[in-house]
Design a protein around this ligand. Structure first.
Ligand code: B12
Length: 591
């Protein structure tokens, strides 16, 4: 008994039924099918899954590159050029993850005037095929397709362009499109898109990047495996399609990275899509980033050599933390990775696979417990867990934090985050808590006391799915005695202004990463004015945007414009804390 009630999660009197949505998706398969593309033709396969199985049998390592610039021409050039330059060096890029812009998640008819990020927009369904025709590399449409309001139309276009791995179910759970509030529509389109894939005569893999979804926000890695099991139940048992899982961004620790691969191998019958690079380890020092890249790739190579799971491996360009990588930088990363693979061919037996399997056993056992408890808890609350629509929507509305609190497999421990001792601790979220506390301490006793005594209230939000900056800011503020009002993730400016007003916030802290910093701050200023809120705004993260003038297709730094708008631009959390000391001094003078 966890006190969960259907009325809290699904208060609507009427909701679509999965059976009808699934039937609609399947019907569409009569007119939409997997089209030809150079990848399928060159390798004589009907799907990427078949290709992966063949390469696994050969013992080959496979490689994944992420491409997607604002300009379709530049993206098409990247599609052709990366393949050709690697082939000339004797190497192969097996697959491209095509990084669509988040505005592609709106149905085409409603896309105009909606906020745009830094990625690729394809206006017509035919544009998908123009791209995939540029080289014999498997097209993976893994962002802003399944899981968005445009799920059905984007899936249809991706299939017609020859894509047989389509995602991203992970994004369904966590990504919210700015100014889009209809999660019922998003869920219905997602279920239809899953059914369209399931009804194809060739095997289409439904990709889920667990790090894009709840997994990046759990404190227990076993919940990540549990989520993979729940997704498998939805996709395979309720819809009849094939699921494949990706992870990697946040997996820095070598043992758990390897153990996660081995645990997934035991639950996913289909080949894996890709193991993403450990992007969170990348910083401003490019030489150091080569070491970061080598450190996770060596683990991934050993994992694939010992137990091939079909995942493409992802050499992350060393510029990742600074900007969207250029074509040259992607090629360099792949040249480096291929050479590293040659140099480390004999390393696999040096790894302690038994140690990894002991962790994999824990992940699996905890993951199964999590899945079983989630499904039993939902059923007890009155959710029809046999209905893909109801189950998906309930999970999304509940969110990672609550799911872990209610159903996590770890022992109940009230003083731990989420109230549980993790079965296998995920280090990322915990490290932000610790870093935040350390930053506050660095202020020194006198300044810290000054801020604590000021009794500030802060309204904190992030503009998109990137939540780590916000978690760090919140941790530092709490440790400085500031009351934090959580205005949410992917928070629209009007909602932030309203929450700042209601809480009488002394200041607002915004974390932003998706290349919308300037337009967001402009709207926020307007909304704050409308709500009558006069409070300083601190902003940090990736402060850039693609200009609207059509002259540049890459995002440009907008820190100067943000300062002109009156915002406090913060490269580091410390910048905000120092400013708070000044605000606290002023407050004590005026008291
Ligand atoms: C982790 C990550 C993700 C995770 C986020 C997990 C989560 N739940 O938070 C996942 C995998 C989900 C993800 C998704 C995407 N990502 Co991402 N991601 C990153 C990554 C690797 C790290 C960012 C991060 O969280 N760092 C941790 C924070 C704590 O550290 P920091 O960034 O150095 O921040 C410091 C300061 O800026 C400050 N700070 C931050 N915010 C604030 C706020 C205030 C008020 C203050 C005072 C200080 C402050 O605190 C830190 C320490 O001082 C970066 C690349 C990189 N290595 O930086 C890309 C990156 C930010 N992502 C990017 C993109 C494009 C995306 C996607 C659009 C990709 C896609 N097509 O799906 C989606 C986002 C979709 C959406 N709807 O928004 C781009 C952004 C491009 C740009 N703007 O130019 C980057 C730069 C990667 C790249 N090179 O292309 N991503």
């Amino acid at each position: 008994m966890v006190g969960l009630d259907r009325g809290q999660l699904l208060p609507e009197r009427e909701l679509p039924r999965a059976a009808e949505l699934l039937a609609e998706g399947r019907r569409l398969a009569g007119s939409v099918s997997v089209g030809p593309c150079p990848f399928l033709q060159q390798y004589g396969v009907r799907s990427e899954s078949a290709y992966k199985q063949r390469r696994m049998a050969e013992g080959a390592l496979m490689f994944h590159a992420q491409v997607g610039y604002r300009s379709p021409e530049r993206t098409k050039r990247a599609y052709g050029e990366i393949y050709e330059r690697l082939a000339a060096a004797g190497y192969r890029v097996d697959r491209y993850g095509i990084c669509l812009d988040w505005s592609m998640g709106y149905p085409a008819a409603q896309r105009g005037g909606m906020p745009r990020g830094t990625g690729l927009t394809l206006d017509q369904p035919e544009d998908f095929a123009v791209l995939t025709s540029a080289a014999p590399v498997a097209p993976h449409f893994g962002d802003f397709v399944i899981g968005t309001p445009a799920a059905l139309e984007n899936t249809a276009a991706a299939l017609a362009a020859g894509a047989t791995t389509i995602g991203n179910l992970g994004q369904y759970f966590t990504f919210r499109m700015p100014r889009w509030h209809d999660d019922i529509f998003t869920t219905a389109e997602t279920v239809k898109a899953l059914a369209l894939c399931a009804a194809q005569p060739v095997e289409v893999l439904i990709h889920s990047n667990l790090d894009d979804g709840f997994a990046a926000l759990f404190t227990d890695l076993a919940c990540g495996i549990g989520t993979a099991l729940i997704e498998r139940y939805v996709v395979e048992e309720l819809v009849g399609a094939h699921v494949t899982h990706c992870y990697g961004h946040t997996f820095e620790d070598p043992l758990t990275r390897l153990a996660f691969q081995r645990a997934l191998a035991r639950i996913d019958p289909a080949p894996g899509s890709m193991i993403y690079g450990n992007t969170t380890s990348f910083g401003p020092n490019m030489v150091a980033n080569y070491a970061n890249m080598a450190s996770y790739l060596v683990v991934d190579f050993a994992g694939q050599r010992a137990m091939p799971t079909g995942h493409g491996l992802n050499p992350v360009p060393v510029t990742e933390a600074m900007r969207i990588p250029e074509i040259d930088e992607i090629v360099d990363a792949h040249l480096f990775a291929n050479r590293l693979a040659e140099r480390t061919a004999g390393y696999a037996h040096l790894f302690d696979m038994e140690a990894a399997d002991r962790v994999a056993d824990l992940l699996l056992e905890g993951g199964m417990r999590f899945r079983d408890r989630v499904l039993a808890g939902m059923a007890e609350a009155g959710i029809d867990t046999g209905d893909a629509f109801e189950l998906l929507l309930s999970l999304r509305r509940l969110g990672a934090r609550r799911l872990e609190e209610l159903f996590g497999p770890g022992q109940s421990t009230p003083d731990q985050p989420r109230g549980r001792t993790p079965v296998v601790r995920a280090t990322t979220v915990a490290s932000f808590e610790a870093q935040g506390a350390a930053l506050a301490e660095q202020l020194g006793m006198a300044d810290l006391d000054m801020v604590r005594q000021a009794g500030f209230t802060a309204c904190v939000a992030c503009t998109d799915v990137h939540e780590y900056g916000k978690l760090l800011v919140e941790a530092a503020l709490r440790a400085s005695g500031v009351t934090v009002v959580d205005a949410g993730v992917s928070a629209d400016p009007d909602s932030v202004a309203e929450q700042a007003r209601a809480a009488r916030a002394d200041f607002i802290a915004i974390s932003t990463y998706s290349g919308v910093a300037l337009s967001y701050l402009q709207s926020l200023r307007q909304e704050l004015g409308r709500a009558g809120v006069v409070a300083p705004v601190f902003v940090g993260g990736k402060l850039n945007q693609v200009p609207d003038d059509g002259l540049a297709s890459m995002p440009q730094d907008v820190s100067g414009e943000l300062r002109t708008l009156g915002a406090f631009v913060c490269c580091r959390v410390e910048d905000m804390l120092h400013e708070l000391v000044e605000l606290a001094k002023e407050r004590s003078k005026n008291a």
